[in-house]
Design a protein around this ligand. Structure first.
Ligand SMILES: [Zn+2]
Length: 432
């Protein structure tokens, strides 16, 4: 390690207690989404914290975005610290929302309890630990190199867990990720401290509805069952579509391995009579189902294009219609996101890779996420390609009971982030 590296590492080590405390403070604000609670409060905590170390903050409400309301306003914060000279801007973006608590906890979900080197609580791993890590990394770097080149930004954004429209998408639309003002983006999602996440697969959600005709259940031949029609759709999916998808392989380094093929989940199925009201003790009435609906969640690869993905399903439905008497259907798009993958030669990738090697003495692993995260908006709306996810924490723990983040993992990641800042904005950029 160079002397600069060593000074930065010492700064991080000396901030261990502060890093723990900051993570706990963030976890103790229950920013559960949906519905999206306490966004303003967590932005105020970040503003207060960062103004103490020379950052200037702006709070931006995603007014009118999906989910934004008077009772649950979508507040976001962007904090910026200018260096002494001109240069690039490195931006750390973390989402501030967490998913519901769920069952099975043995620790307090919003307690932030520290036990055996781990901090427990909803959002510790995904991703308040990462947010705290990026803050401490930036502050440690600034302490060593106050006159750095360029600028550092730290943002805390809403709604990642529900699509990011009230968070990063809104900021991107308002120009906050314009490549003219931000050149490097790191999203400290919990990908493990030695892994660089280059991007994610694509998504297409759609609803397929089959139509029938209601009749008395004792004479089903007088009606036409939408559920049986849907059965034909499901059968064709098993026979034709699933084998087709399983046969497609990507060159994207998606983890886990199973997600290197195309996949499709049938998210929901509804048909016939609605579920009875709670407390209803009677029997169902005898009816033929006149509607049946499924929701599909299709994840696709960078080698596929969305039109082909849709045509596979559309063509299959048309074939069924041609062969099956009375088959009528409707298909509705719900939403779609194209795959994204930052190039391995991109500056943010090579710099973080070098920092991982120096801190952990091992080569980084390059991965792609099976599901999407806020990089989609930075790429598509912000047009900024130099973006990765990198942060402490074990991805499998996200959204689980007794979620935790390891303190040593945060310390190591903080060193990687701070060395990355030194390399990109340091006194001698490129020399670290
Ligand atoms: Zn997350």
């Amino acid at each position: 390690m160079s002397t600069l590296d060593a000074r930065i590492a010492d700064q991080i080590e000396s901030r261990r207690d502060d890093l723990i405390r900051l993570t706990q403070q963030l976890v103790r604000i229950p920013t559960v989404n949906p519905p999206g609670r306490h966004y303003r409060e967590i932005c105020e905590l970040l503003d207060h914290r960062l103004s103490g170390t020379g950052f200037t903050s702006e709070m931006i409400r995603a007014e009118g975005a999906p989910g934004d309301s008077q009772s649950y306003p979508r507040w976001n914060i962007v904090s910026r610290r200018e260096g002494g000279q001109a240069g690039d801007c490195v931006h750390f973006n973390s989402h501030t929302d967490v998913v519901e608590v769920g069952h099975g906890w043995t620790t307090k979900p919003f307690g932030g309890e520290l036990k055996d080197g781990r901090i427990y609580g909803r959002g510790t791993c995904d991703m308040k630990g990462g947010l705290a890590t990026s803050i401490v990394a930036a502050e440690a770097f600034v302490a060593v190199c106050p006159e750095f080149n360029g600028a550092i930004e730290i943002s805390g954004t809403a709604d990642e867990e529900t699509g990011g429209y009230g968070g990063v998408a809104d900021l991107a639309e308002k120009g906050w990720f314009d490549p003219a003002r931000v050149q490097h983006v790191i999203i400290p999602e919990p990908l493990n401290k030695d892994r660089i996440c280059l991007g994610h697969r694509g998504v297409w959600w759609a609803e397929i509805e089959t139509r029938g005709r209601i009749a008395h259940g004792s004479m089903p031949f007088l009606g036409d069952s939408a559920i049986r029609h849907m059965g034909a759709v499901l059968e064709e999916m098993e026979r034709y579509l699933y084998p087709l998808l399983a046969g497609k392989r990507t060159s994207m380094p998606v983890v886990p391995e199973g997600a290197r093929a195309s996949t499709m989940n049938i998210n929901a199925i509804h048909g016939g009579q609605a579920e009875p009201e709670p407390g209803f003790t009677g029997f169902p009435s005898a009816c033929v189902a006149d509607r049946c609906r499924i929701t599909i969640d299709r994840r696709f690869l960078i080698e596929e294009d969305i039109e082909t993905v849709k045509a596979e399903v559309g063509g299959m439905l048309e074939r069924i219609r041609a062969e099956r008497p009375g088959f009528e259907y409707e298909i509705r798009d719900l939403w779609q996101i194209t795959p994204t993958m930052t190039e391995r030669e991109a500056p943010v990738v090579t710099t973080v890779a070098g920092a991982i090697e120096r801190v952990l003495q091992r080569a980084p692993q390059y991965v792609v996420s099976p599901g999407t995260y806020d990089q989609k908006h930075i790429d598509r709306i912000g047009r900024l390609k130099n973006c990765i996810a990198y942060g402490p924490g074990i991805l499998d723990l996200a959204h689980q009971p007794d979620e935790w983040v390891g303190v040593q993992d945060m310390i190591d990641s903080a060193k990687v982030m701070a060395l990355t800042l030194a390399e990109l904005l340091g006194p001698e950029p490129g020399k670290g």
